[in-house]
Design a binder for this molecule. Structure first.
Ligand code: NAD
Length: 313
């Protein structure tokens, strides 16, 4: 494998997505340094990797100076709380990790001559006025709203990444990640898939915000990781959407999850949160053309896998 022997740093590596990334990189033959402060992640997510001599875990807050010894070829910056519950619980930390944390990660990549990839988010599009969302769309974010802390942190992170690229000549990549699900999501993180699955398995009604006609696009984590690796190893320095272009209403997603559990559950309506995006669907033309990437795991199959993991727990 071409990448074998490379050394990569994954910030946020003990989180849901980061732990899958560490696992895949090890599988590809990398040496992996996982940096995390366990603010929303857990050591349990990487427990199965700790026996591998090529895996190193460092507990550290990336908003403070990072001193990692040895060479680094690639830096994957995934550290950031990402769930709606966190937007209210730890808003300042979210702004800090997106700004100071990204600055520190960029500085480290620059000092080692490493390539840098930022995990940005579809939330940079806010409540979009353009549909589907193409990378050139500049978004509709309410910067003073509750969700604004996350959206603006990601927008700043993209901006400083491009500043390092243009001003310091750093080799950078920006992945705009859309809603992703899979094993190791926190059951109580308030995101749509984990919430619906937890409720379905507990025999509780699924809480649908508003009338459930708002749409979401959900991808399985393995597809995202494949896209992230392809992006890192491409020559593309513009942002790239990584998400599933299959658009479903929230009500349809609830229906799918109820069918996959035992089908006997019900739904109830709750008020729409402020600034909840009404529509979400990535335009993945760029990812298709430049990376030859598109999701492979169907919505049904992905949800089955995630549900099976929640059931095992
Ligand atoms: P997560 O909360 O499971 O993982 C984030 C990890 O970052 C956690 O392990 C947390 O402890 C760590 N972290 C947070 N602040 C830190 C700090 N200051 N120092 C060190 N570590 C810190 O969330 P996730 O869903 O795995 O998201 C990972 C990345 O992907 C985030 O950057 C997120 O914004 C992005 N993203 C995720 C999704 C999704 O649907 N999961 C969608 C868009 C973007």
């Amino acid at each position: 494998m071409a990448e074998a022997g490379k050394r990569a740093l994954v910030t946020g590596g003990a989180g849901f997505v980061g732990s899958h990334l560490c696992e895949r990189l090890l599988h590809e033959g990398y040496w992996v340094v996982c940096v995390d402060n366990l603010c929303t992640g857990t050591l349990e997510n990487v427990a199965h990797l700790t026996d591998d001599p090529r895996f190193e875990y460092i507990e550290h807050d990336v908003t403070t100076h990072m001193n990692i010894s040895g060479e680094l070829d690639e830096v994957y910056h995934f550290a950031s709380p990402a769930s709606p519950m966190d937007f209210e619980r730890i808003p300042v930390q979210i702004l800090q990790v997106g700004s100071v944390g990204t600055h520190n990660a960029l500085g480290l990549a620059k000092s080692r001559g490493a390539r840098f990839l930022l995990a940005s988010s579809s939330e940079v599009y806010g409540d979009p006025l353009v549909h589907p969302q193409h990378e050139d769309y500049r978004g509709n974010v309410n910067q003073i709203g509750v969700r604004g802390v996350y959206d603006e942190a990601k927008r700043y992170a993209e901006s400083i990444t491009m500043a390092y690229h243009r001003h310091h000549g750093l080799d950078t990549r920006i992945a705009r990640v859309f809603n992703t699900h899979g094993p190791r999501m926190r059951p109580d993180d308030g995101r749509i898939i984990s919430t619906f699955i937890s409720q379905a398995l507990a025999g509780k009604p699924l809480t649908i915000h508003g009338d459930g006609s708002q749409t979401r696009s959900i991808q399985y984590v393995d597809d995202l990781i494949e896209g992230v690796l392809r992006l890192m190893h491409s020559g593309e320095t513009r942002p790239v959407n990584l998400g599933n272009p299959v658009e479903l209403t929230v009500r349809e997603i609830a229906g799918l999850i109820l069918d996959l559990s035992d089908g006997s559950g019900t739904t109830i309506q709750t008020p729409l949160p402020t600034d909840d995006p009404k529509r979400r669907r990535p335009d993945i033309t760029r990812a298709r053309e430049v990376l030859g990437w598109e999701p492979r795991v169907s919505t049904q199959e992905g949800l089955e896998k995630t549900l099976a993991w929640f059931q095992e727990r």
